[in-house]
Design a protein around this ligand. Structure first.
Ligand SMILES: [Mn+2]
Length: 333
């Protein structure tokens, strides 16, 4: 119950709200609103923040700690995270959880509030603020609205509840839609655009009936290269990259192919199998659900070099990423 969380947050002592690794504006906005409503609340992102969040934090002057000693706090809360793994901390120390992802079974405490029907965590936090009798001020409203906007894919995946919450926050905080857009929109950085253009230079494609399949290679920003190729007109794109001993493949498909049953995760597993790596489904990251729909089913897979010990190769999947790691099969003696 949200009222129980309100009471816990209103209690005495120092509190900290943790953000998941590579924290997005939904996590940041949720934490900031809790800080503004309840006071003596620190915000920590031990796993860093994504580019948009960094800009939002700087524009709204939100202070976020990069490291945190949880023993200094009387209450530890987590937002927008479906497991302690994504926070990079000992989950037993987290007493308050507010999340909107599919429950993983990791959070079962009395103050763990998970509402899968919500598109963003920020909406739930807005309800929490109301429960506490708090009306969000401008900065708080902007931070929450930024979370709702980005988590709904700029409303593409919004539902009635999200639009209601957005309307409420606009009204209560007296902010305009254009301000939220300005806050969250930014040009991709130059290195990302260079990667996209290099990907375009190396692009090859095949027409299959009325569909276009494209392949390319690169060394950085594979997923954004995939996105650029899809935007350029391909229906499905694969971008490979060699990183040390690892060969990594990112793939993305248009939504209509995904709806027709194209399962990139399974496809990439098969690639792993053919390259003598044990398969295993591409891990469904915490945002696999939302972003899969949003971007059209992006998937990544790492194919580590042969002969490496299991688990030695392959970048650790980013919390919040949509990556799969194919580990080398354990060879039987
Ligand atoms: Mn979220």
């Amino acid at each position: 119950m949200l009222i129980d969380i309100v009471q816990a947050l209103q209690g005495p002592g120092r509190k900290v709200v943790l953000l998941h690794g590579n924290a997005d504006p939904d996590a940041l906005g949720s934490a900031f609103a809790i800080q503004q409503a309840f006071g003596d609340v620190a915000i920590a992102a031990p796993g860093g923040m994504d580019r948009v969040s960094k800009v939002v934090a700087s524009k709204l002057s939100i202070e976020v700690m990069e490291t945190v000693d949880l023993s200094e706090f009387d209450l530890v809360a987590a937002v927008d995270s479906s497991s302690a793994e994504q926070l990079g901390v000992d989950g037993s120390l987290v007493t308050v959880v507010i999340d909107h992802h599919a429950p993983t079974g990791a959070w079962t405490g009395p103050l763990h509030h998970i509402d899968e029907s919500r598109r963003s965590c920020a909406e739930i936090v807005l309800d929490l603020l109301h429960e506490a009798g708090h009306v969000p001020d401008r900065r708080t409203g902007l931070a929450l609205a930024a979370g709702m906007l980005t988590d709904s894919g700029h409303f593409r995946f919004a539902n009635a509840a999200l639009l209601n919450s957005m309307a409420t926050v606009l009204r209560e905080s007296s902010i305009g839609m254009d301000e939220i857009m300005d806050l969250t929109e930014m040009e991709s950085d130059v290195s990302e655009r260079v990667s996209q253009l290099k990907g375009a230079q190396r692009l090859r494609f095949d027409r299959v009936g009325d569909k276009i399949a494209a392949v390319s290679q690169g060394s950085a920003h594979e997923s954004s290269v995939c996105r650029a190729i899809i935007l350029a007109g391909a229906d499905v794109a694969f971008v490979g990259s060699q990183r040390d001993e690892n060969f990594r493949i990112s793939a993305r498909a248009k939504q209509d192919l995904v709806r027709k049953g194209l399962h990139l995760g399974r496809l990439l597993d098969a690639v792993g199998g053919e390259t003598e790596n044990s398969g295993g489904r591409a891990r469904r990251g915490r945002r696999a659900h939302g972003q899969g729909r949003r971007g059209g089913g992006a998937q990544h897979v790492h194919v580590p070099g042969h002969g490496l010990p299991a688990g030695a190769a392959g970048r650790r999947p980013r919390p919040g990423g949509r990556e799969g790691v194919i580990r080398p099969s354990r060879r039987r003696p």
